[in-house]
Design a protein around this ligand. Sequence first.
Ligand code: ADP
Ligand code: MG
Ligand code: ZN
Length: 612
Amino acid sequence: MRGGWWRLILTALIVYLIANLVLSYFDQANEPTISYTEFSKQVNDGNVDKIYAKGDSIQGQLKKERKNPDGGEYTKFNTERPSFADDDLWANLTKHQVNVTAEPVVQHRSFLSNLLLSLAPMLLLIAVWVFIARRMSAGLGGAGGMLGRKAPPKPVELVPGEKRTTFDDVAGIDEVEGELNDVVDFLKNPDAYRRMGAKMPRGVLLAGPPGTGKTLLARAVAGEAGVPFFSASASEFIEMIVGVGASRVRELFAEARKVAPSIIFIDEIDTIGRARGGGASVGGHDEREQTLNQILTEMDGFSGSEGVIVIAATNRADILDPALTRPGRFDRVVQVSPPDRGGREAILEIHTRDIPLAADVDLAQVARTTPGMTGAELANLANEAALLAVKRKQQQVTPADLSEALEKIQLGAERALVMPEEERRRTAYHESGHALLGMLQPGADPVRKITIVPRGRALGVTLSTPDADKYAYTEEYLRGRIIGALGGMAAEHVVYDVITTGSESDLEQVTNIARGMVSRWGMSEQVGRLSALPNDAQQAYGLAAAPQTLDVIDAEMRRIVDECYEEACRKLRDHRGQLDALARALLESETLEEADAYRIAGITRLTKGSDA
Ligand code: ADP
Ligand code: MG
Ligand code: ZN
């Protein structure tokens, strides 16, 4: 809303300035002001035709055009007679037969046009006001708004002949589907529920990381039930003018009720559903709050049998206003997690339905090598592979296309960058450091690929992924991760005794792991078993812990990272031969695959049952 006021003030200012400019142009343009000396001279020369005097101000006209000493030519003029001027002007004027009148010499505008001109800024201001007021009333649902009026929300209706999203398009999150089946059932035959006096939840909140299929699920529920689906992103409600968001919400619910049973889907509800109150919300949040309140009010207003179900999605269930998850509102919170191995395979199958696959493509194998990837990433993987196949003029997508697409997604796109030889060597050692420590560390994720081809923002990449999905991590594993991440920096230190900027993202990773270990996962004796820092990097530091605790956290993080760095350097010195071998091989072939990397380093990989 503050933006609104500023804009108004700015507009008024500009209008005022322009009007002033125009007015002053009309007033002055033709009548230059000349000095009184110049005027006296003209009188003495007998060149003044007539004048009009009021007080000491003189307006007049010359007989012949003259050059103004201050620049320009003039015949008409203004001048001011200094009060101390001791000349006998009257006598002088009569002597030179100047016509002196009480009427303005220069044609003046009529009284009416003067009035109009002086009123112009006011009129413009009023026009601006009216314009804004109309916009507001338009937003508030008043009739006949002229600008900024949005059409009433329209559902994604059943278009005959067009296939709607159903549960067949969703895979890997069966338990979530199960929870939503009730909802589908209710929407399909609300009467059965009504007869039993059973009430359905008014709202379902889908919570989970981005790309796990929340939006897809909401669509699928509507498709399964065959009901109209109203979709809105919460950020659409937030407008410049307070009250518009709330009125949009009202409109949305009204439309949905008209065609009930139906589904309203509000995506990214955390943008308006953040916990209210607190010091952070001084001004500027009224719109958000009003919108949120309106949603809550509308949900309270349901009798439960109206058959409108609200599904909301969020990536950040932890920061939501508790009022949202109270009974009678979004009382069903459904967690949507990234898929497991079987789920990934099923998702890949869905997204390769329309892609011709070569006979030797093994989606189960692809699923094994993609732990942690979400549905959206897998869909992207399938598409990238298909794009590659088209580019290569193939008839089918081959395993090579898939692995290259995976590489692109996991490592970033290759960058054509000519690196100086010295930097290439340093990068080779940096990546070899990461890789070697990853291979030496028992229980660490196996190294899948090492490359010194610049990709994305990185000059080189070492990719390690677990054999099977992991859900919890041991302290030893996390230390191994820190040691591996510090391996690049340590290698540069051990080999060249320099520190470069190339370790920035490594250090970020290290810091995150160390902070988690110390402040949230109870892995530091000093800090103890408490969650001392919120699981939210954006939140201000230290809201949860005493300053002393923060000091201890800091010291403990440092201790862990320092110990790990020591160990990384020691291991690299001890295994310098293997490090050199890896770096040499990398410089030669730029990219090393898993098998080659382990062979060159002379390490036998301990394959634990490589199936999840
Ligand atoms: P979210 O809303 O959770 O961020 P989306 O629903 O927008 O994720 O997912 C984006 C795309 O990823 C979907 O359109 C779909 O193609 C794919 N996708 C994600 N999860 C799944 C899944 N479980 N099954 C099938 N496809 C999925
Ligand atoms: Mg989404
Ligand atoms: Zn690195």
